[in-house]
Design a protein around this ligand. Structure first.
Ligand code: 7MK
Ligand code: ZN
Length: 873
């Protein structure tokens, strides 16, 4: 790549409103595998003073004709580049008709219009529409769409687009034209078109105001029996948004299409969601409890976008968290209202700790509202989504449910039908809650990095006075050096030494609002030295530290009234001792840990779903994040040693848990799910013990299971045991499920995360397995993604073979699907705390990648940022 053509960044500060707006767009799409013709007729209106120049985005298509106000332009009358069609005109209101040709069957990027399996399908967010036709492909240009699809009905019985179907006519040549019209103005990223042969699950929903909405779920032929759960989830989502947010659906029809080739989880296109089939299809034989929960939350997420994203959309892509952070918060609350609050919170925090904190500490660090972007696809991140949702969650806890809903109501009233900013959102929250001041809070939108909050405590026995000093520091990040003090709400609870809640000023729970670098909080009439629990329910996305003794921690774990926080404190206890073992080979773990956990397991009142989580040892990425200069081998060894200590120490208890929670016929509900989780966590932990019977337990569970949750749990437990058992079970599973791609992804994942010396050779062999293909993102993530993210021992091999292997795959995927490649690179750029020798190998590999011809913008942005920051010098 020559210097002049290096991809360049766009900046939030450079935003300019569009000079031209669009009234209506009429698209006619002539379906063809390699030569799809697209005619777009657009009514442009000049809406601002400015240049009479219309700059249309467009890529990877052949321009056939341009007609301005009915007159065909010749090539001198416009400028065409690889990325733009530029037209200068004195008109301020005109129709532009553009004919282009595209090649969906060869579109392996899965962006724009592409062929997935036998079906045509689109993905336009963020900037895929420009691969379909030349247009103002930006979220602040809203238009009313009419879409004509012309194709062979015997091959494509279902031809779908956004809105309502208004016409279907047979044409002379055996083709059919289907016309759709969407009455709601929308940006191009919400456009969708699907054509294919599907089985359809139909249902309906009556809204609170009594309107009947048709629901249709389109799946590949033969998959109908795996569709009902997603349909139920959709109806629950519609009911929940009415009852909790007062928001109703607004069209007469809501469609979901499941496709096998999809870069992400799903997409909220107006009235026509497109889903990755793995986020839709489920039955008890093939899907785990975790899959069911994931499907429910993603169906919810896409549905909730109808208001937070579609009716009210983003002014520009820097505002992505406006719709994503808010919609993730909404889908989290949906899952929490339907299921276990504490369990959901644990899963949310795991994502923050193991992925978001790492992103903030790495070369791609950015605020939830980024300030500069090279490739927008790189900003669909855990920071924008999950930290974004944490920021909304803090607002919710500061304002309370009522205040928050008042803010939402004002936000919808003010901005329905418009493209707005994060500032507009906070302004609505502020104006509906004048008793609060959100001025400082807004800094969460523009400051990146994870704050470190530290607590110190002093109890003055003579004066019965308790003083808590909180301080915050946010270290400089790759993108931003200067950091300011944030508003950090620290939920805190007090317990007496016997473990009873201790009221201070009438209550035992207090919110300490930290708004400066350092702050002191004083409590009077405190009768005894309390046990204090901080940052309860993860009240802010920060790294919190308080120097607990083991005794305090174990007492608090028993005393806590918040199930989430009990788990959190247990994690702290585990991490503390694993770290001690990292720095001392001869470290002996205290048995007080066992006593404490045994006591929790034994509690009648304990929620088995949460207790199950207490039996899981912190993952490698969580441990890695504890270090500036990590010794990978020592961390893995200490983690393993601690797991075996817990397993052997709790072996009797675990065996009892397994026996007492014996499987019964599969049913998906909270009680049954919690029971399975408890049993399977016990089985998994026990597999690390020296217990001789565990192999029998595993094989017994595997062969007698009637559901995927238990089968897969047995396989996972088997993967830690002796090789022959694991090999036998894996062969049986492969034999049973080959040809079923979604299930085989679980098998591929297990192969890739198996901690065996030969895993790389095995993966190479699996590349020619009949169930693997490099052009399907699900397969790629199952095999390579699990190797890179869930097999730390082999990925971080000292000889660099893991890094080299991933780089080879990235170079291959760069040509096929840049977006998938750029997601897969994450563990190779979050290397700041690795040792010098490993960093050197990574640097060599990233340099090799950087020199790849035709390196995509997606990989370019991440590789160069890593080489310039983390690996500079
Ligand atoms: C979730 C965008 C889409 C990453 C996580 C999703 C995407 C990427 C689903 C694709 C979504 N708008 O609804 O957020
Ligand atoms: Zn979303």
């Amino acid at each position: 790549m020559s210097n002049s053509s290096l991809p360049s960044a766009q900046y939030l500060k450079d935003y300019q409103a569009p000079v031209f707006g669009v009234d209506t767009i009429e698209l006619t799409v002539f379906l063809d595998d390699h030569k799809t013709k697209v005619i777009s007729k657009v009514r442009y209106l000049k809406q601002l003073e400015g240049e009479q120049v219309l700059r249309l985005n467009g890529e990877q298509q052949t321009l056939l004709e341009v007609k301005l106000a009915g007159v065909t332009l010749n090539a001198e009358q416009y400028q065409l580049t690889d990325e733009e069609l530029v037209i200068t005109t004195h008109l301020s209101e005109f129709e532009l008709e553009i004919t282009t040709e595209i090649d969906p069957a060869n579109n392996s990027s899965l962006e724009g219009l592409y062929k997935s399996g036998g079906a045509f399908c689109t993905q336009c967010e963020a900037q895929g529409f420009r691969k379909i036709t030349y247009y103002l492909d930006r979220p602040d240009v809203l238009a009313k769409y009419t879409t004509h699809i012309i194709g062979n009905k015997s091959i494509y019985p279902h031809m779908l687009s956004n809105g309502n179907k208004i016409e279907e006519v047979a044409l002379d040549d055996g083709l059919t034209k289907v016309t759709w019209q969407d009455p709601y103005p929308k940006p191009s990223y919400l456009f969708a078109l699907v054509a294919g042969d599907f089985d359809v699950l139909e249902d309906n929903f009556t809204t609170a105001s009594g309107r009947k909405v048709d629901l249709a779920l389109f799946v590949d032929k033969g998959n109908l029996s795996r569709a009902p759960f997603a349909m139920e989830s959709l109806k629950k989502s519609m009911a929940w948004d009415e009852s909790r947010f007062g928001l109703e659906y607004d069209l007469d029809i809501y469609m979901i299409v499941a496709v096998d080739f999809f870069n992400m989880g799903a997409m909220e296109n107006k009235g026509l969601n497109v889903f990755n089939s793995k986020c839709v299809l489920a039955d008890s034989k093939s899907a785990t409890d975790a899959d069911y929960l994931m499907i429910e939350s993603i169906v919810g997420h896409e549905y909730f976008h109808n208001w937070t994203g579609n009716r009210i959309t983003c002014r520009d892509w820097f505002q992505l968290s406006l719709k994503e952070g808010l919609t993730v918060f909404r889908d989290q609350e949906f899952s929490m209202d339907l299921g276990s609050r504490a369990h959901n919170r644990i899963e949310q925090v795991k994502v923050m700790r193991s992925h978001q904190f790492a992103e903030d500490a790495g070369p791609m660090s950015h605020p939830i509202r980024p300030e500069s972007v090279i490739e927008m696809n790189n900003f669909y991140t855990v920071t924008v989504y999950d930290k974004g949702a944490e920021v909304i969650r803090m607002l919710h806890s500061i304002l309370g449910e009522q205040g928050f809903q008042a803010g939402m109501k004002l936000y919808v009233e003010r901005h329905d039908g418009h493209a707005v900013t994060c500032d507009d959102f906070v302004a609505a929250m502020q104006d509906a809650n004048t008793e609060h001041d959100l001025t400082l809070f807004k800094l969460w939108y523009s400051q990146s990095g994870t704050p470190n909050v530290n607590a110190n405590m002093h109890y003055d026995k003579a004066n019965k006075k308790l003083t808590i000093k909180l301080s915050q520091v946010t270290a400089p990040t790759a993108d931003q050096v200067d950091k300011k003090a944030l508003h950090i709400p620290v939920n805190t609870a007090f317990f007496d030494q016997s473990g009873q809640p201790m009221n201070l000023g009438g209550q035992y729970q207090h919110v300490l609002n930290l708004t400066a670098n350092e702050q002191t909080f004083e409590f009077e009439s405190v009768e005894e030295q309390p046990l204090v629990s901080f940052l309860r329910d993860f009240s802010a996305p920060v790294q919190f530290s308080f120097d607990y003794s083991d005794e305090e921690l174990t007492k608090l774990i028993i005393a806590e009234t918040s199930d989430y926080t009990r788990w959190e404190l247990a994690q702290q206890l585990y991490i503390k001792h694993i770290k001690l073992a990292v720095s001392n080979n001869d470290y002996v773990f205290p048995t007080a840990i066992l006593t404490c956990i045994e006591q929790v397991i034994g509690k009648d009142s304990a929620d088995p779903q949460i207790t199950a989580e207490l039996l899981k040892v912190p993952g490698f990425s969580t441990l890695l994040a504890e270090y500036k200069h990590a010794d990978v081998d020592a961390i893995l060894a200490a983690q393993d040693k601690f797991t075996r200590f817990l397993a052997n120490g709790l072996a009797n208890k675990l065996t009892k848990v397994i026996a007492e929670n014996a499987p019964s016929e599969y049913i998906f509900n909270a009680t049954a799910m919690a029971k399975r989780a408890f049993r399977n966590a016990a089985l998994n932990l026990l597999s690390y013990s020296d217990d001789k019977q565990v192999a029998d337990l595993i094989s017994n569970q595997y062969y007698h299971s009637d559901n995927m949750t238990d089968s897969l749990a047995a396989l996972k437990a088997g993967s830690t045991k002796d090789d022959s058992l694991f090999k036998t079970l894996m062969a049986d599973f492969e034999n049973k499920w080959t040809g079923d791609p979604l299930v085989m992804d679980k098998w591929l994942a297990l192969c890739a995360s198996h901690e065996h010396q030969d895993v790389l050779a095995n993966i190479l062999e699996l590349e020619s397995h009949r169930d693997f293909t490099l052009d399907n993102p699900n397969r790629v993530r199952a095999l390579y993604g699990n190797f890179a993210m869930n097999n730390p021992a082999q990925f971080h091999r000292k000889d660099g073979a893991g890094y080299r292997f991933l780089t080879d795959k990235l170079i291959q995927l760069n040509e096929i699907n840049p977006q998938v490649a750029a997601r897969l690179i994450t563990p190779l750029i979050q290397v700041g705390n690795l040792d010098g020798a490993r960093k050197l190998v990574v640097k060599k590999e990233l340099t090799r990648l950087n020199n790849t011809p035709n390196l995509s913008k997606d990989l370019f942005e991440k590789v160069t940022k890593c080489l310039e920051t983390t690996l500079a010098g």
